[in-house]
Design a binder for this molecule. Structure first.
Ligand SMILES: [Zn+2]
Length: 453
């Protein structure tokens, strides 16, 4: 099979690159950000909303298509791409319904690409919560693969729930018991791939063991070795069938350099379609996150996409892209939107001006500064729309933004909707934040091509 990924432009300044990933539901330009649709819906949005936001981003991007990166016609940056969760879809509505619907794309009316996380993370979060005796899972994870949150809002694991299960980890996989029905079930590496095939994922993740933070080296090693052995079992399945789904391996090893390196070596030898770096954004300090990426990214093949799971503040994405990462997901834009926290450009957005610049001074590369919790880049601000000062402010949320919300409604109206708990508030806010992130990724792509990142 032809390699579905190719690098279109390699930065001379850093490890950053712009690439193109071909999936069964279209091509996507990297680096890209996946919008979270855990249970088959981007919270508060219809699939049509996502198409519209994506069409806007594509139109802008098409106009600035760099000739030398060539090959993509019709402004085809592709995307947006959604991230759903195998475990949550398996529990509800269940595979029988998804199968009868003809797969998740048809079920939810979305014909763009979908990546599904394996569900391992959710299962293991539950195991942590239930104080599983395995040394691998001794410490509860405080933040989860949902990433850190810069705004005061409820913390939790992604956008799902699932407190209704007891979980037990074995060598073979994860056994979980439905507290409502009493039904016992098992997630194995083989089964998780089967489920993702029924879902019709464009990109499937193998089942991994996501170690919490902090964890002893012994515990981290056990989690990493089990992840590798499950990856081998996954590969055995894949060798016997031809599927359109791209399958990614997940590098583990916590904050231990030799474990991360061993994990990367073992997984690269198995030759997956792409590689994820897992077990980051689980509560460790910022410095350790970047260190893990610094160790692992250079060990991954140049011609395969690299996915950093669960990291998502804009300045974190800049740092990770600079370290050679191509794919991201995070609950931040959608969750923050629902809490009335909106992202706005401090200056002109990255398009159509191509780069994050202020006059002649490139805003990229950025300096990440400030305290751990209050991190801000120097190119955007956050707005708490419920603030009193927006009561009679009839400007759009962001004068630079072309999203439906900004072209049709004022800050005052959106604030009013939040104040009266009108569901429309959540939808309008989500549309804006998702557009901000898609624009931001186009800005990063442009910055790489222009040589400022
Ligand atoms: Zn907007």
């Amino acid at each position: 099979m032809m390699n579905p990924f190719r690098v279109l432009h390699q930065s001379k300044k850093s490890r950053a690159r712009v690439g193109e990933l071909r999936t069964a539901h279209g091509k996507v330009r990297t680096p890209f950000f996946m919008t979270i649709a855990t249970r088959g819906a981007v919270k508060t949005l219809a699939a049509e909303d996502m198409r519209e936001i994506g069409a806007l981003a594509r139109r802008d991007a098409g106009a600035t298509e760099p000739k030398r990166s060539g090959g993509m016609s019709g402004g085809g940056r592709g995307g947006p791409i959604l991230l759903s969760n195998t475990y949550h879809l398996y529990v509800r509505p269940g595979m029988e319904v998804i199968k009868k619907a003809g797969g998740l794309h048809k079920f939810m009316g979305w014909n763009g690409p979908i990546l599904t996380d394996s569900g391992g993370y959710q299962v293991f979060s539950l195991a942590n919560k239930n104080r599983n005796p395995s040394p691998v899972l001794r410490t509860p994870s405080p933040a989860g693969r949902g990433g850190s949150n810069q705004f005061p809002s409820p913390r939790g694991r992604g956008e799902g729930e699932g407190q209704d299960y007891d979980v037990r980890i074995t060598k073979d996989g994860a056994e979980f018991i439905d507290r409502i029905s009493g039904r016992k079930d098992m997630f194995t590496p083989e089964r998780v791939l089967e489920i993702q095939k029924v879902i019709g994922s464009d990109i499937a993740m193998v089942l991994d063991v996501c170690a919490p933070y902090p964890i002893s080296k012994e515990g981290a090693r056990e989690a990493m070795e089990r992840t590798t052995s499950w990856a081998e079992r996954s590969m055995k399945v894949l060798k016997h069938e031809s599927i359109k789904t791209l399958v990614f391996g997940i590098v583990q090893g916590s904050v231990y350099k030799d474990l991360r390196e061993q994990s990367a070596r073992d997984l690269v030898a198995l030759d997956f379609d792409g590689y994820a770096i897992g077990g980051v954004a689980v509560g460790e300090p910022q410095k350790e996150k970047y260190q893990v990426v610094d160790w692992v990214a250079p060990m991954l093949p140049e011609d395969k996409p690299r996915y950093l799971m669960g990291l998502g503040q804009p300045e974190e994405l800049v740092e990770a892209v600079r370290r050679g990462i191509d794919m991201f997901d995070c609950v931040l834009p959608t969750r923050n939107a629902r809490h009335g926290n909106l992202y706005v450009w401090r200056h002109n957005p990255p398009q159509p001006s191509l780069t994050l610049r202020e006059g002649d001074r490139p805003l990229l590369p950025l300096r990440v500064r400030g305290s751990e919790r209050g991190l801000r880049g120097n190119f955007y601000d956050t707005m708490r729309i419920t603030n009193e000062k927006y009561r009679a402010d009839f400007k759009p949320i962001d004068p630079y933004c072309e999203c439906f919300t900004c072209t049709h409604h004022s800050r005052a109206y959106l604030r009013h909707l939040f104040k009266i708990n009108e569901p429309l508030a959540l939808r309008l806010a989500t549309i804006h934040n998702v557009k901000f992130y898609l624009d931001f990724m186009v800005g990063l792509q442009n910055a790489v091509v222009e040589g400022t990142l």
